[in-house]
Ligand binder design. Structure first.
Ligand code: SF4
Length: 361
């Protein structure tokens, strides 16, 4: 991302005027410590702008995972949520990775590995030829049970290259829908959360599987029952309100929003693709971007010539990272903030992540 001055952050309200002095001090201290200690700071697109400004790289989870592998640094301070820091350890275990605040978790990532093993056994029992495709928004024990990982930017491409007709997609049910649409597979909705009953589930999905066969689809996407609470709370009314106000506005949604929003939007994109779209479409001057607010604030700062309608939501986990805890982490390298992955699961998780990187090329 391009550099945005502190003056500008204050003028646009991204940083409160009373905090400007402290931000200036922390920026200078973080830059000094980063150089002295040879630290690397990746930051997710959803981080607050003053944190994005001190990062070595800003991007979506795929970009950050790839760019944090081959770096000349002694340690990493990861400005994102825990599963992202875990991903960084998984791919490069020799380098310490710190998370500035251990409360930076993710509602989507809470998948029970035993339940996943049970669901895989269930599908094997049905004789399905499937791959388990796991969104990177999961912890290492779940990734280790998977054939391949994916992000929202490469999910459809990877599903196309898997070589099995069926996909068990974990954990985001809405991204599973997008993968089904883009790869011409039948979307099989998830069982209700915490209520997996094999008999009931089979009764619900059997007619859909038969319908897919009748239509000559490539296979099925079995959706897991997870959702990101930030994107899942968005509704079609959000889109209807914007369209009523400005019929010319380009409506872009993230793949984690509900299927009805994906159908109503002009574009369904990952965060990196959203940033690229705004950059490469000068004619799109009025936009509504339905995702976490961190990206929208950044795009507003980078593109003052465009008008952005506010329909974003905040993720409290992403906002658990701030300049203060990044500074403390750089200064002290506190052992309790170091993220580790048990070696017994790391190998399996790394295999699934490396396969993602290979298939996404
Ligand atoms: S925005 Fe959603 S998927 Fe991303 S960290 Fe927050 S809860 Fe998790």
């Amino acid at each position: 991302m391009s550099f945005v001055s502190l003056d500008r952050l204050v003028r646009t309200g991204a940083v409160a005027e009373k905090d400007a002095g402290r931000v200036e001090y922390l920026w200078a201290e973080i830059a000094r410590l980063k150089k002295e200690k040879r630290a690397f700071i990746p930051a997710h697109n959803y981080q607050v702008p003053e944190v994005q400004q001190i990062a070595d790289v800003v991007g979506d989870s795929f970009e950050l995972a790839v760019k944090s592998r081959n770096i000349d640094a002694r340690f990493v301070v990861f400005c994102g949520v825990r599963f992202m820091a875990e991903g960084c350890v998984t791919l490069a275990p020799e380098r310490p990775v710190y998370l500035p605040n251990l409360q930076a978790l993710c509602s989507l990532a809470e998948v029970d590995a035993d339940e996943l093993a049970e669901r895989q056994e269930f599908l094997r029992g049905l004789g399905r030829k499937f791959s388990t495709m796991t969104y990177v928004n999961t912890y290492a024990d779940v990734k280790a049970l998977s054939d391949v990982c994916c992000t929202s930017s490469n999910a459809a491409r990877i599903a196309d290259r898997l070589g099995t007709p069926d996909v068990l997609f974990v954990p985001d049910q809405n991204l599973a829908y997008q993968v089904a649409v883009k790869t011409r597979r039948m979307y099989l909705p998830p069982p209700e959360a915490n209520l997996f009953d094999p008999k009931d589930y089979l009764e619900r999905i059997r007619p859909l599987i038969q319908e897919g066969e009748r239509q000559g689809l490539a296979g099925n996407v079995f959706a897991w029952e997870g959702a990101c609470h930030v994107h899942h709370q968005m509704t079609v009314d959000d889109i209807a309100r914007i369209r009523a106000q400005d019929p010319q506005a380009v409506v872009i949604v993230h793949g984690e929003v509900r299927p009805e929003l994906q159908r109503a939007a002009d574009q369904v994109l990952s965060t990196a693709q959203m940033a690229k779209y705004v950059e490469t479409h000068p004619e799109a001057r009025h936009l509504a971007i339905l995702t976490e607010c961190g990206l929208v604030v950044r795009l507003e700062l980078e593109h003052p010539e465009k008008q952005f309608y506010k329909a974003c939501r905040l993720c409290q986990y992403m906002k658990a990272i701030d300049l203060e805890n990044v500074y403390e982490t750089l200064r002290d390298e506190p052992a309790e903030r170091r993220i580790t992955v048990p070696e017994g699961v790391r190998g399996g998780a790394a295999r699934a992540m490396e396969k993602m990187i290979a298939l996404a090329r």
